[in-house]
Design a protein around this ligand. Structure first.
Ligand code: SF4
Ligand code: MSK
Length: 634
């Protein structure tokens, strides 16, 4: 039965162990929730005020309006806007925290260093901050102050990264009043609009959702990415290992999980501290093994080649191996179940963010002024926990796959010889048909990793270069799709390009906030071709998405002009108006629309045919290349 839950063998085997150990996982709790509430699935319940809760009868027999008079269209649109605002807030607050760390790095004797001075100077220049001849700490401090302003701006058009966009896209935003003002302003206004009796027009609510999400993509997330690169180093290609088999029985295992790199960077450093290694040896361990999970994992994977133990649905399974001395978490995508589960083994579940507390966690808050000290304390407590392992509970699945990672914008340009021109040329020539961004979470509603992998295999087979982030990237790493050898299953054109350049057909571009890297590449290509982003042969997909951040991502990718396919059904089907707007009418305004398709083969076909149609319009091709598997669908 467990093989129906995941296409990742390590996961299947660990689910068997969970059953044997009599511990619950996310899949068990999902089963317990079935059947899920249909009102919730359709998005037609509202708890926004205390006259409610209200719900709309989808069959038209019962109530068609909430107590205040809101109909299904208003309720669905409001609920969606709340999701966008939450997701945008999570990403952008991450960005704010990174700026704070960046400021701390400018202080004397800070534990944080500025690792990429070149990027600091070029970003300062891009943002109009004087940099030439000035000390880097002065430049960093000025840049930090400027980026802080992006949160509180009151008028549209001030974000420095908007200069990356082609003028065609900026004109669309201006015409529709979609150019974001401040990050915080858009999020607050979204929440305001969803208060009872404020914005009750579905189209107006959705457009505010797009504007809020654009503030996330083109400011909050982009700030997080760019400043993390300056602080911790811009990722460059390297090899690393992925899946639960990266845990080591003879070593002290520490997993860092969540999203922000601020503590995990220090944990990686502390794990190399001679005194702590000596302590580990004295406990009978052969050393200290730090591994990542989810996007905190992606951050240190991309920058340091630190092994990644798994993606979102594997967080509990890591503890169930019985060899994790400490599961150290920061923010986002962390199950509240981990504290209770950790008690069944010997694992210390350590929360570290002032914003994220969990039941039964040991809270060791990150003190950024003394970050290395905090990290050493955490590593030391993990080492001291090594001797508490229950030998009978230990089982590590053998799966660990080698992956090529570290494809930042700078790394891709450098692999191509210094610019994106060669990529544009092979796209024009048709060797590569287009680019697909495939990103996002896992969701127990669908078979773990299955849609991620199926979708991508079909895309690369059809000569579509794939860029990936988040849990999708981890799924690809585990399945061997991030290796140069994966080009063997690509179409002839893509395979040739991969062999010539030494890049894999699927490029790991980082964590969830690093989707901003994909936006930057798309914008640079559009500018080079003097067209709008929506004119490019690009498509996006989130095959197994689940988080509110994914809703914000879908909204900003759409708002940036990129056709996007969602592989799990968003709670909008209760409103015909909202569904039609998102999946159809919005294209007239934005040049892009959403599609919802749970079958990954059909999703891939939708993306391929979109890419082929864009080629016809942009490059004047007369006939679209036939999707190599389309025939099997008819
Ligand atoms: Fe019901 Fe309207 Fe209150 Fe929502 S805002 S709970 S629909 S009365
Ligand atoms: S961690 S947001 S489950 S991709 Fe970024 Fe994965 Fe989705 Fe969290």
């Amino acid at each position: 039965m467990h093989h129906l839950k995941s296409s990742c063998n390590a996961t299947v085997v660990m689910l068997e162990k969970a059953e044997k150990d009599n511990v619950q996982t996310v899949w068990d709790r999902y089963q317990q929730q079935l059947p899920q509430c249909n009102y919730g699935l359709l998005g037609i319940c509202c708890r926004n005020c205390n006259m409610g809760p209200c719900r709309i009868d989808p069959f038209g027999e019962g109530p068609q309006k909430g107590i205040c008079g809101a109909n299904a269209d208003i309720i669905v649109a409001r609920n969606l806007l709340i999701n966008v605002a939450t997701g945008a807030a999570a990403h952008s607050d991450h960005g704010r925290d990174i700026i704070q760390t960046f400021q701390i790095a400018t202080a004397e004797n800070s534990d944080y260093k500025i690792r990429d001075e070149n990027k600091l100077r070029s970003l300062a220049q891009e943002c109009g901050i004087p940099a030439e001849g000035l000390p880097i700490k002065k430049v960093a401090s000025d840049l930090a102050s400027m980026l802080f302003h992006d949160f509180g701006r009151q008028t549209p058009g001030g974000f420095p990264f908007l200069k990356r966009l082609p003028h065609q896209r900026l004109e669309i935003w201006e015409k529709l009043s979609l150019t974001p003002r401040g990050i915080d302003r858009e999020i607050v206004e979204s929440i305001h609009r969803t208060h009872i009796g404020v914005d009750n027009d579905p189209a107006s609510l959705l457009l505010q959702g797009i504007r809020t999400a654009l503030a996330d993509g083109w400011a909050g997330s982009m700030i997080a990415t760019e400043i993390s690169d300056i602080l911790f180093g811009t990722p460059m290609p390297k090899k690393a290992m992925a899946n639960l088999g990266v845990l080591k029985e003879e070593m002290v295992n520490i997993i860092v999980h969540g999203h922000e790199p601020v503590l995990s960077e220090m944990i990686v450093e502390a794990a190399n501290d001679k005194k702590l290694i000596k302590l580990a040896l004295s406990k009978g361990a052969k050393g200290i093994n730090v591994c990542g999970m989810c996007c905190t994992g992606n951050e240190i994977l991309m920058r340091h080649g630190v092994s990644i133990a798994g993606n979102f649905l594997q967080q509990e399974l890591a503890i169930i191996t019985g060899v994790v001395e400490a599961m150290v978490v920061d923010v986002q995508c962390i199950f509240p179940s981990l504290g209770n589960l950790a008690k069944c083994y010997h694992t210390k579940f350590i929360s570290t963010s002032a914003k994220a507390h969990f039941p039964q966690a040991i809270h060791i808050e990150l003190d950024e002024e003394h970050a290395y000290q905090t990290a050493c304390y955490i590593v030391e407590s993990a080492v001291n926990n090594f001797t508490n392992r229950k030998k009978s509970a230990v089982f590590i699945p053998p799966e660990a796959m080698e992956a090529n990672v570290g494809f930042s914008v700078e790394a891709i340009a450098s692999a191509l010889g210094g610019s994106f021109d060669p990529l544009i040329e092979v796209i024009k020539a048709g060797q590569i048909r287009g680019i697909a961004a495939v990103v996002g979470c896992n969701n127990p509603k669908v078979k773990h990793d299955y849609s991620h992998i199926q979708l991508i295999k079909k895309l690369i087979k059809n000569d579509v270069l794939v860029v990936t982030t988040g849990c999708n990237a981890i799924a690809c790493a585990k399945a061997g799709l991030l290796s140069v050898g994966a080009a063997d299953i690509a179409g002839q054109g893509l395979k040739t390009v991969c062999n010539q350049t030494g890049i894999p057909p699927v490029l790991h571009m980082g964590s969830c906030v690093d989707i901003s890297r994909i936006l930057s590449v798309a914008a640079a290509m559009a500018r080079a071709l003097d067209c709008d982003i929506s004119d490019l042969p690009l498509a996006a997909a989130a095959p197994e998405w689940m988080s509110q951040k994914a809703v914000s991502i879908a909204a900003y990718v759409l708002g940036s002009g990129i056709f996007t396919v969602l592989g799990t059904i968003p709670p909008v089907l209760g409103s015909k108006e909202v569904t039609t707007l998102l999946c159809n009418k919005i294209e007239e305004l934005l040049g892009a629309k959403l599609a919802v398709e749970v079958d990954p083969d059909i999703s891939a076909s939708l993306m391929i045919s979109h890419i082929e149609n864009k080629r016809i319009a942009l490059l004047g091709e007369t006939v679209a290349k036939e999707d190599s598997e389309c025939m099997s669908l008819s």
